[in-house]
Write a protein that binds this ligand. Structure first.
Ligand SMILES: *[C@@H]1O[C@H](CO)[C@@H](O)[C@H](O)[C@H]1NC(C)=O
Ligand SMILES: *[C@@H]1O[C@H](CO)[C@@H](O)[C@H](O)[C@H]1NC(C)=O
Ligand SMILES: *[C@@H]1O[C@H](CO)[C@@H](O)[C@H](O)[C@H]1NC(C)=O
Ligand SMILES: *[C@@H]1O[C@H](CO)[C@@H](O)[C@H](O)[C@H]1NC(C)=O
Length: 270
């Protein structure tokens, strides 16, 4: 069944390949693919105020055209630049997230990682996205799978080029006790299904523990996050990182810290 889904996804990627998978300029140079998913803080709101991004790109998030690419909404590799999620999280104003810092920092830590291909898939929209919206068969899940497969299909080495999932989500599950208490089960199921459908059962996953959330059940969700004991799932903590004046989103300096923590956590996976 999983193999079938994977084949379908690959077949689809190949089908659209001649049109959309145009790698001109970057022919299969990507060595390490990273999936970025979750909600607004992964998508990035650093520097966004009153619905406008200030356009300030911290030094740590600068583009590196020959080293850091991103998979566009049209499924082709292009030079990665902030805001990384601008054509994915289309109903929100995107700003600085952790992705560019992660890539820059990882290149510093491990220059032999090769060309990095970032695959932005996070959607925050206005209300954020709950874990139930990421379950197998949902729009967001399918999009993540489709984009992962397309990225892998562009590379020699295929899905084995997918090095990790960076995951930052759960804020929208802090609003009511039902969501909070079901969170651990849903999160584990999401991780397990994704690995199965990608046929990468050991895929490293690095998830972020919430610092706060939209509702009162933050501690319950944090406990659920820390309670995940699947192999190769690491957790890093957003507690204490500075927020935007809206008190809702991580600021650009916070995202710079977070991206760096992500990179160190990944580098330590060996
Ligand atoms: C890819 O894009 C380049 C430049 O945009 C174009 O010249 C080329 O024909 C395209 N290749 C395919 C296979 O569509
Ligand atoms: C954002 O909106 C608030 C309230 O309308 C206003 O007080 C503030 O000056 C605005 N900030 C910017 C940077 O535009
Ligand atoms: C954006 O909004 C439209 C209209 O409400 C909706 O159909 C679409 O799914 C939304 N897309 C994302 C990525 O949030
Ligand atoms: C962004 O992340 C911070 C830290 O985890 C959290 O307090 C906040 O609620 C998040 N914002 C949204 C809109 O999810």
């Amino acid at each position: 069944m999983f193999a079938f889904v994977w084949l379908m996804v690959l077949a689809y990627a190949q089908l659209v390949g001649t049109e959309n998978l145009n790698t001109t300029g970057y022919p299969s140079r990507v060595r390490s693919i990273f999936l970025l998913a979750g909600q607004s803080n992964m998508s990035g709101r650093g520097g966004v105020m009153n619905g406008t991004w200030d356009g300030v790109v911290p030094l740590e998030c600068q583009p590196k055209p020959s080293k850091i690419l991103r998979l566009s909404a049209g499924l082709s590799w292009m030079e990665a630049q902030e805001p990384l999620h601008r054509d994915i999280d289309v109903n929100a104003t995107c700003g600085i997230g952790p992705g560019m810092v992660f890539a820059n920092s990882l290149l510093n830590l491990n220059p032999r990682i090769g060309v990095i291909g970032l695959v932005p898939c996070a959607v925050g929209s206005r209300m954020g996205t709950k874990i139930s919206e990421w379950g197998r068969g949902t729009y967001l899940y399918n999009q993540l799978l489709r984009r992962a497969a397309a990225a892998a299909a562009l590379q020699a080495g295929g899905r084995f080029r997918i090095r990790a999932l960076l995951w930052y989500q759960g804020e929208s599950d802090t609003n009511n006790p039902q969501d909070a208490s079901l969170y651990k089960m849903r999160l584990e199921r999401f991780f397990t299904n994704l690995r199965a459908d990608l046929k990468l059962p050991e895929l490293p996953i690095i998830q972020v523990a919430l610092a706060s959330g939209q509702g009162p059940y933050i501690d319950a969700v944090r406990q659920a996050q820390f309670g995940v004991h699947l192999r190769n799932v690491k957790i890093i903590d957003a507690k204490g990182l500075p927020m935007e004046p809206d008190n809702l989103h991580l600021s650009s300096p916070a995202q710079v810290q977070l991206g760096d923590i992500f990179a160190h956590a990944f580098a330590a996976t060996g």
